[in-house]
Write a protein that binds this ligand. Structure first.
Ligand code: MN
Length: 329
């Protein structure tokens, strides 16, 4: 076991996986495009290496990601299975693997590949690169390093992972390298127009209804620098929303010129409040604010889960955000 504070090399990770026959690949609950794209791409590569691969997510493969090539690979956790190795992707805290972790005994080889700055380095081998805009980009570098063939299916998954985590190549974390990687993926067979249409222009009508609600009930604080929107349980039920429907709604608040930080509160079934927060100014570290409430993420995109009722959570969190924004004035 290497020092958890140091990144293992790609060769060490590949070496450890060579000694494992049955391998489980997993990512965080309420998965996004990066989590599922990275999981599927990594599982496809392991399968091409002749491994017995299983890919799980607590939420399986949500309907909205049905466009990912080979998406049938990702299933729901099953109890009673045993694996020689577990590869966790895009997951900053071990517990975010959710029921995946509960279904199995911790395997001897636990590989943690991620780009969250708040990653807790819980693996026996860790590779955490906060400078990378997506775990999908790290997986690409890994595959390149191993001389792997980037099949059109792997390329499609990695392109979707990178595109979604960079806000379609717009966020600050997008670098020259990101475009180089994207170019490689296009050369490997990605149809950019088709894939982007599937990601961004194929939303269910109920998501539009959610947007209408958000636009009508958004609030602005701190002289318009902070915007927030709260989603109540009653509206989730009335609109028939699924957990992934609310992804990205916050970007519409963030897009207002005066807004520096945007916050989305969602009342959960268990009475807790899910907080999703964005900043568009590196001086406002939204991850720091989320960490005050036991959450984490990236400096410009982070989240937390707070005790309810939602009104109390809102007040506490918004006060902390306004304090953080106020420091930059
Ligand atoms: Mn990610």
């Amino acid at each position: 076991m290497t020092d958890p504070a140091t990144n293992a090399s790609f060769a060490e990770i590949a070496g450890a996986l060579e000694g494992a026959q049955s391998i489980l690949v997993a990512s965080h609950l309420r998965p996004d495009g990066d989590a599922l794209g990275s999981t599927t791409a990594f599982a496809l590569w392991l399968r091409s290496q002749g491994r017995d691969v299983t890919a799980w997510n607590e939420n399986g493969m949500p309907e909205k990601f049905g466009f990912l090539p080979e998406n049938g690979l990702v299933g729901l956790p099953e109890a009673g299975r045993k694996f020689d190795a577990l590869v966790a992707l895009d997951t900053s805290v071990k517990n975010r693997l959710g029921t995946v972790l509960k279904a199995i005994e911790a395997p001897a080889i636990f590989i943690n590949i991620d780009h969250h700055v708040s990653n807790e380095r819980y693996g026996t081998l860790n590779y955490v690169d906060p400078a990378s805009p997506a775990t999908g980009q790290i997986v690409f570098e890994f595959l390149r390093d191993r001389g792997a063939e980037i099949t059109p299916e792997i390329a499609g998954n990695l392109f979707a992972a990178i595109s979604t985590d960079t806000g379609s190549f717009q966020y600050t974390n997008t670098t020259a390298r990101t475009f180089e990687v994207a170019a490689e993926l296009v050369k490997a067979g990605v149809n950019v127009g088709e894939l982007s249409c599937a990601i961004y222009d194929t939303q269910p009508r109920r998501r539009f209804e959610l947007l209408k609600l958000a636009v009508n009930s958004a609030r602005f604080l701190c002289g318009g620098q902070v915007a927030c929107f709260s989603l109540k349980r009653a509206d989730v039920e009335r609109l028939g929303l699924t957990p992934e429907d609310s992804e990205g709604v916050i970007d519409h608040l963030r897009a207002v010129d005066s807004v520096v930080a945007a916050v989305f509160f969602e009342e959960m079934e268990d009475g807790k409040t899910r907080v999703s927060a964005r900043s568009k100014d590196l001086r406002v570290d939204i991850c720091k604010v989320c960490q005050l409430f036991g959450g984490g993420g990236h400096p410009l995109a982070a989240g937390a889960r707070m005790a309810g009722p939602i009104e109390v959570a809102e007040e506490k969190f918004l006060k902390a955000v306004c304090d953080e924004v106020g420091k930059c004035d």
